[in-house]
Design a protein around this ligand. Sequence first.
Ligand code: COA
Length: 160
Amino acid sequence: MTRSLAYVANPRDGPVSTGATFTVRICTWSEAAKALRRVRYAVFVVEQGVPEVLEWDASDESAVHALAENASDRPIGCARLLNDGHIGRVAVVRDWRRQGVGRALMQRLIGVARERGDPVVIVNAQVAAMPFYAGDGFAATGAQFEEAGIDHHVMTRRLR
Ligand code: COA
């Protein structure tokens, strides 16, 4: 899926194309581990200080992954969908944030979950990222909890 991005620099001027494009593809861990690791290492390990031992787990092997790449095929974002409907490890490299990459990753994985008949998708949302998930139709359920030293909230979205 290729997405052309457009911004409104000044609402009276109308949309202005920046020329920035990216693609999002579905892949397995064995197909794209290097690229997925690159994004998650930069965002979670380096930027957020998550211990590496917590970042990589056995779920990567069985998950459906979404990978965003720029026009030069450089990995810029990723996310994964587990067999139980949890979407996680949603990460976009700093330079590409607020340009629709995170939304595109979520929509792609929600589409996969819907197609395979999942009744609901679930995220363990970092509290700071809750508005991002709320924009995709997720609602907070249950209590706040701590994971890898960061406050989280369970959020769910019904698919049927
Ligand atoms: N707070 C509030 N709103 C946010 C937000 C934030 N931190 N990040 C994005 N949004 C909103 C955007 O304004 C946009 O709203 P709109 O559709 O009404 O315009 C919407 O969410 C989609 O934004 P998008 O540009 O697609 O998001 P992104 O590519 O910047 O990715 C994250 C969002 C959270 C994945 C990205 O900021 C990131 O990688 N953060 C660090 C890792 C992280 O915290 N991951 C989440 C773990 S639970």
